[in-house]
Design a protein around this ligand. Structure first.
Ligand code: NAP
Length: 295
């Protein structure tokens, strides 16, 4: 039987640490870290995500500033808002809730955010720094997965990790983080042949596919650690339920440790957003101090 990697509990530890860090930051710098969250349009899921992020920021003692723009807002209006937030000294982190309406260019918006305030870690400068193994703001979901992995495995070095999925927000940064932790990393995706054979050799499986219960027990090596990033809404027995990308019921008896859905990776993502905002605020202040010292 696998041990459950409890995302609610681990994310609370992260939140508690960030709250302590925010208190120390306020005492030291006489200001409060600030997170700006930008929501374009009225997508119900995005509204829930934004509400939760703003709520969490309040819980850790940060300021949060919510900016709502209409669904038909222009690229120029959005770019202008980002430029203002980049220049605002009360803002340490900027998050533009994705996806954006179709007429807006997501890549242009991400590139417009100051890399220093890019708490989602999606800016090409942060993506490049992560790939080079340099300090970077790292995307929140893979960051949360790494924290969970470290809870159940002290030394990831030499482990064979298979990441299923190659998206920019989960799969690719996850692979980069596992490489940094000295894992041997294989990334598989929709065009990979023999996924089952590859996965069944893995010491660590990270599933980020977006397909309900796609990863079967035959894909899991006995004793493997399984991190399930997927969140899929399905109908079962006449009820709507959330399931992951892993067939949890059949994988759990084989794995040594596994994340549940819900209550696994999900809560870690927002906790890591808070951690990234504090990291960004500290880096901004460190740079300000260095500038002052240099005269
Ligand atoms: P995405 O952008 O749709 O990427 C999915 C990836 O899975 C792609 O690389 C795709 O391959 C691959 N894939 C699709 N079908 C496959 C198959 N049958 N076999 C192997 N690979 C397959 O999704 P994402 O944004 O990375 O998200 C993945 C899942 O994680 C979703 O369920 C999402 O809701 C969830 N998620 C959760 C959190 C959280 O906080 N817990 C955060 C982000 C995402 P190709 O590249 O070849 O198309």
């Amino acid at each position: 039987m696998a041990s459950l990697i409890d995302g609610k509990q681990i994310s609370q530890q992260v939140i508690d640490e960030v709250a302590l860090g925010v208190t120390a930051f306020r005492q030291h710098y006489a200001r409060t870290p600030g997170l700006a969250v930008v929501l374009v349009g009225e997508d119900p899921a995005s509204q829930v995500y934004v509400r939760n992020k703003v709520k969490r920021a309040g819980e850790v003692g940060m300021n949060s500033i919510e900016h709502k723009l209409p669904a038909d807002c222009s690229q120029e209006t959005l770019n202008q808002l980002i430029a203002e937030l980049n220049a605002n000294p009360a803002v340490d982190g900027i998050l533009v809730q994705l996806p954006l309406p179709d007429h807006l260019n997501e890549a242009e918006v991400i590139a417009a955010i100051s890399p220093q305030k890019d708490v989602d870690g999606f800016h090409p400068m942060n993506v490049g720094a992560l790939a080079c193994g340099e300090p970077a703001l790292v995307p929140c979901t893979p960051l949360g997965c790494m924290i969970m992995l470290r809870q159940v495995c002290d030394d990831l070095s030499g482990k064979h990790a298979v990441v299923i999925g190659r998206s920019n927000i989960v799969g690719k940064p996850m692979a980069a983080l596992l490489l940094q932790a000295n894992c041997s990393v294989t990334v598989v995706h929709s065009r990979t042949r023999n996924i089952e054979a590859i996965c069944s050799q893995a010491d660590i499986v990270v599933a980020a596919i977006g397909r309900p219960e796609q990863v079967k027990s035959s894909w899991i090596k006995p004793g493997a650690i399984v991190i399930d990033v997927g969140i899929n809404a399905i109908e079962r027995d006449g009820r709507r339920r959330l399931v992951g990308d892993v067939d949890f019921a059949n994988a759990e008896p084989l794995a040594s440790a596994i994340t549940p859905v819900p209550g696994g990776v999900g809560p870690m993502t927002i906790a890591c957003l808070m951690q990234n905002t504090l990291t960004a605020a500290r880096a901004i202040e460190a740079q300000r101090e260095a500038r002052l010292k240099a005269g």
